[in-house]
Structure formats: C-alpha cells, structure tokens
Unconditional design. Structure first.
Length: 170
C-alpha cells in the first residue's frame, strides 16, 4: 500500500436522534399489539381471513425491521492522504471520495435551534449534509461554491486532519 491510503482520521457515527428512536419504538410496540392477536387466532378453530393474516404479518415484520435497520445504519468517515472518504452503511457498498484539492474553507459547525442549514440527511444543488441526527460537525466550503456539512463528535480532530491534507495540496 502506498502513502495515498494512509488514514489520518477515522470516525463512525450511529443513529442518535432520540425522537426518531421514540417513533420507531412506538411503531414496534403497536405492531406487536395489533398484529399478534390475529396471528394467534390462526391457531384457534376460527381462522381470520387471509388478508388480515398477511397484513398483520407484514406490520409485525416492519415493526421489527425498523429498529434493526436503525441499529445497523452507520456513517463512516475517513480522512486519508488523498481526500475525505464517506460511507453510509448499509446503503453504500464502498466509500465515496471527496477531493480536498479545491477546499476554500473548513470550520467547526454547531446547529442552532431553528437554523435553516442544519445538519441532516439533506441534499441541495450546492449543499450536502451527512449526519445521523447529531447537531455538531464541520462545514467544508469549496472554490466551486459547493458546501458539505459533516457530522462529527470530534470536530477539532477531523478539522486538524483535513487541514493537514489541504495544506499539502496548496
């Protein structure tokens, strides 16, 4: 392996937004509450209609699949010698490289209460944000006008790694 694969910084984020977890857990408990009685009724003498059994089973499967999905979703960030690498597991099979050669500015970012450009899974023509519910991160501004906001719990460390790469490219 050459120097281009040297990892200077590595971070993994998990889904942390408490309101989303609350909604998902409510869906899970309601799916158990509403879906199990028709399924248990299948074992008695009077079976429910097939549509009720199928819909109850699907509701139960979704109720258990959502928390599992939230548990396995991860935002993986790596700063390497040749750029910034981002991967959202399990939705991306490999890292997406963001070149830092045209980086104009990089700074710490903290979301205010009702700020318009807050972190989140958002996308606009000139702005992208990678976050799983956190309110702190870094803001990268490029010479072409593109802005990338990236959630990080260790803002100073990732900022230091990114600045060391962009200083090499100057």
């Amino acid at each position: 392996m050459g120097s281009s694969t040297n990892i200077l910084y590595r971070e993994t984020q998990t889904f942390s937004h408490s309101m989303v977890w609350l909604v998902v857990l409510c869906i899970t408990f309601s799916s158990v509450y509403f879906a199990l009685p028709p399924i248990f009724e299948m074992m008695s003498d009077s079976s429910p209609p097939a549509l009720i059994v199928v819909s109850s089973s699907a509701f139960l499967a979704v109720g258990f699949a959502l928390p599992v999905l939230l548990l396995i979703i991860q935002l993986r960030i790596q700063v390497r010698d040749d750029g910034l690498y981002i991967r959202v597991v399990p939705f991306q099979s490999s890292f997406k490289k963001i070149s830092l050669t045209d980086l104009k500015n990089c700074e710490v970012y903290e979301q205010k209460d009702k700020e318009e450009n807050r972190l989140g899974l958002r996308y606009a023509f000139s702005k992208k944000a990678y976050s799983l519910g956190g309110k702190r991160g870094i803001k990268l501004e490029f010479k072409n006008g593109q802005t990338i906001m990236l959630e990080s719990k260790r803002q100073e460390k990732i900022l230091q790694a990114i600045k060391s790469i962009s200083n090499k490219n100057v």
